[in-house]
Design a protein around this ligand. Structure first.
Ligand code: SAH
Ligand code: SF4
Ligand code: F3S
Length: 481
């Protein structure tokens, strides 16, 4: 266990455990043996992992979980602030709580997460959304039992955005994860990079790494529980351990996880290209259980734009990383994030992004139109392009990438690949023989036929067809155990 004073340890959680008992008592007195909670997650995987911790605390307070607001005693909306669209969605969802509160005046409504960490948001909620009872930011996550107790016992609204930007490392809460084969495991919190467009360092505080021993133990317990596709989470996993006084860096952590007995895949996100090293790729290539797959956000293909974004690498450096990764893992799957219409980006500069796409040929992309975030350096930077021009560039980017994605998927037809069969059916039900969903090591979606009864198992499949978004394959029965 790290000796860092920032660790919110088991011992410090004792106080919160006491509050858990107090909340449980209040509901028992009200005749509710098993109050119900409804949680909604609107952000990234890290946000999802936070919701799992919140559900862990709710379970400690005696809550069960329901699938609709109508059945709930407590509703929790875990928010995201990354783009304006995400924030607008939150205000839309919060609006719906007014109706739910009228139906059930005892309902406790909670807003938390990255957006709630911002003081201007808390102010707006305080003034314009009186039916929101509790607001707390990412820094106050571990105080949730105390906040709920205060609200229930006083009947007053509670706001808690406290916590310094150094932040805390939370240990001692057992997350309540989704059932299935996939699990998230946070290895670090926060971000130090201050990319000029990004709100994350402001709402999540500075980078801090969990102790390797704690991570390894949690990983082992996930394997014991039957999880087989485990994703290590951090805003920049490649700088994992830089605050642990040299105890363990990210490639070493991967090696140690690879040594854990059991049948599983481990993957990670996100990698910042400035900190991705040849050693990382060597370790990925060597470690059998570490997926040959990487999400390596490039954001733009033009060096002036990259510098303005404060990304601290050039397009050439990025291409050389890609070339190295492919030299040691020829089949590595690569995905990336791109921002279109960053302030000051010209059409000529955007062409460099297109040409980078043609050179790298990513398997798929996450694409975003720049959204100004209050408090970030890019917020006030002037635009060169109009909204319409940005949209045109965005559409073109999608067109180019969709073609590349289809071509890359076509290359799989006729090949035999290892997949992990999911529990879900093929919901869309197209190509109706292919009833089961599965994922490859590169996280490609494969709809399978002949996979009944193989849920949760690794099997080999031969790919028979492809589309832009998915592959279609048949299980090789000779491989069946
Ligand atoms: N830490 C990760 C991801 C952070 S957010 C990383 O560095 O890659 C995920 C993606 O959202 C980013 O990679 C970026 O492409 C996008 N993004 C972040 N801020 C944005 C903004 N203000 N406008 C548009 N896209 C943004
Ligand atoms: Fe945001 Fe950059 Fe940090 Fe990613 S690395 S979270 S984009 S500041
Ligand atoms: Fe994630 Fe959104 Fe926060 S992307 S880190 S939930 S701002």
């Amino acid at each position: 266990m790290s000796s860092s004073s920032r660790v919110v340890s088991d011992e410090l959680m004792k106080l919160q455990r006491d509050y858990c008992d107090k909340v449980r008592n209040i509901y028992n007195i009200r005749g509710k043996e098993r109050p119900m909670a409804y949680t909604q997650t609107l952000g990234c995987q890290q946000n999802e992992a936070d919701t799992e911790l919140i559900r862990g605390m709710l379970a400690m307070m005696g809550f069960g979980f329901c699938d609709s607001i109508a059945e709930a005693d407590v509703v929790i909306i875990n928010t995201c602030a990354i783009r304006d669209h995400a924030e607008q969605r939150v205000y839309g969802n919060v609006g719906e709580l007014s109706h739910a509160k009228k139906e059930n005046p005892n309902l406790v409504t909670v807003l938390c997460g990255c957006m709630a960490q911002q003081s201007h948001v808390a102010k707006r909620v305080r003034e314009s959304y009186p039916y929101v009872d509790i607001v707390f930011g990412t820094h106050a996550l571990q105080r949730f039992p105390q906040l709920l107790f205060t609200c229930l016992s006083t009947g007053k609204r509670v706001f808690d955005l406290e916590g310094d930007e150094k932040g805390a490392i939370i240990e001692g809460i057992e997350p309540v994860r989704k059932k299935g084969r996939r699990a998230w495991l946070s290895i670090m919190y926060g971000c130090n990079n201050f990319c000029s467009y990004c709100v994350v360092p402001y709402v999540r505080g500075r980078e801090r790494s969990r102790a390797p021993e704690v991570i390894i133990e949690e990983f082992k317990s996930l394997v014991a529980q039957g999880y087989k596709d485990i994703t290590l989470l951090g805003q920049n996993v490649n700088s994992y351990g830089s605050d642990l006084e040299g105890a363990c860096d990210f490639p070493t952590l991967l090696e140690r996880i690879n040594d854990i007995p059991g049948e599983f895949w481990v993957r990670f996100m996100t990698s910042h290209p400035k900190d991705a090293t040849p050693r990382l790729f060597d370790v990925m290539a060597k470690c059998q259980k570490v997926c040959d797959s990487i999400h390596l956000p490039v954001q733009a293909g033009n060096d002036r734009v990259l510098a303005d974004m404060n990304r601290r690498y050039t397009a050439e450096k990025y291409l050389s990383l890609v070339a190295y990764a492919r030299s040691v893992m020829p089949d590595i799957t690569m995905t990336s994030d791109i921002i279109v219409g960053f302030p000051g980006e010209t059409n000529e500069e955007f062409e460099d992004t297109i040409s980078l796409l043609e050179k790298v040929r990513f398997d798929s992309l996450f694409t975003f139109i720049f959204s100004p975030r209050k408090g970030t350096r890019a917020y006030d930077m002037p635009d060169v392009l109009t909204k319409e021009e940005k949209q045109q560039n965005f559409d073109r980017l999608l067109e180019v990438q969709n073609r590349i994605s289809k071509e890359k998927n076509d290359e799989y037809v006729g090949r035999r690949v290892r997949v992990l069969v999911g529990e879900e059916e093929n919901e869309k039900n197209y190509n109706n023989d292919y009833t089961k969903q599965s994922r490859t090591e590169g996280f490609k979606l494969v709809y399978l036929r002949g996979a009944d009864g193989l849920e949760g198992q690794f099997v080999d499949a031969v790919i028979e067809k492809s589309s832009t978004w998915a592959l279609f394959g048949a299980v090789c029965r000779d491989e069946e155990k």
